[in-house]
Ligand binder design. Structure first.
Ligand SMILES: Nc1ncnc2c1ncn2[C@@H]1O[C@H](COP(=O)(O)OP(=O)(O)OP(=O)(O)O)[C@@H](O)[C@H]1O
Ligand SMILES: [Mg+2]
Length: 238
């Protein structure tokens, strides 16, 4: 199997009656294994909604979603949750760190959810925090960090359990040039493995150089999904 994600004709609306917004209007996306897939498009076009559906945290109104050979749209919610914990790392646009946990504890969460002992989980979390340039900060709390540092904790937490699919919503938005580069190299390393895949939503043109494929979204649909031609930014940007 060479497809990481096969999402077909996804629709999703929020709200009721006159206030109803159709965030996705038949969006389809195929993301291969062993690649870094970029998704670009203007603000409000449905990128975060599509990522949440692929990650199994949001249920679509219509359409099918297959991730790493599992058809999520036919599984029970508890099976989807178990699948997600094992196989998916998610970097949220708003970081979603837990304020009452220190950085090591925040980063350990995916391992603890997978039944790893606290001691082993915290050692792995510390090693992962080193990799995102936060050595020695493990006992600090999210409120003591800058936005860019919080974002790097979110990245460490998404990667710590070696998920086969890493889904990133604006992973470099708060990062300076050098740190952004370092984070993209980490994500690129994950995507180089033949049985793993990384999907990145971004407005950051610096990320385009790392992409293997670029999908362009507009108004709830994926308009195109092509191999990246480096040096040429896609036509649709936010
Ligand atoms: N929970 C929600 N309740 C109501 N409307 C929502 C909800 N989530 C998203 N929407 C609406 O759905 C549309 C798509 O939102 P989404 O967050 O997917 O856009 P996006 O492409 O990620 O935008 P951005 O680049 O600004 O992050 C928007 O019109 C948004 O207002
Ligand atoms: Mg978004």
């Amino acid at each position: 199997m060479s497809i990481a994600v096969h999402a077909s004709q996804i629709t999703k609306g929020f709200g009721k009656g006159a206030a109803r917004t159709m965030a996705l209007k038949g969006a389809s996306l195929d993301a291969p294994l062993g690649e870094l897939q970029l998704i670009v498009g203007p603000s409000g076009c449905g990128k975060t909604t599509l990522l949440s559906i692929v990650a199994g945290t949001l249920i679509p109104d219509e359409g099918t979603v297959e991730v790493l050979g599992e058809i999520l749209t036919t599984l029970s919610q508890s099976k989807v949750t178990a699948f997600r914990r094992r196989n998916i790392g998610f970097i949220f646009q708003q970081f979603n760190l837990i304020p009452t946990l220190n950085l090591i504890e925040n980063t350990s969460v995916p391992l603890l959810l997978n039944g790893i002992s606290r001691h082993r989980a915290e050692r792995a979390a510390e090693a992962m925090l080193d990799q995102v340039g936060l050595s020695g900060r493990g006992r600090h709390y999210p409120r003591q960090l800058s936005g860019g540092q919080q974002q790097r904790v979110a990245i460490a937490r998404a990667l710590v359990h070696n998920p086969r699919l890493v889904i990133c919503d604006e992973p470099t938005s708060a990062l300076d040039r050098e740190t952004g580069h370092q984070v993209m190299n980490l994500l690129k390393d994950v995507a180089r493995a033949p049985d793993r895949s990384v999907i990145v939503v971004t407005h950051d043109p610096r990320v385009y150089d790392f992409a293997d494929r670029i999908a362009e979204m507009e108004d709830g649909r994926v308009l195109s999904n092509q191999p990246a031609s480096h040096g040429q930014p896609p036509a649709v940007t936010g």
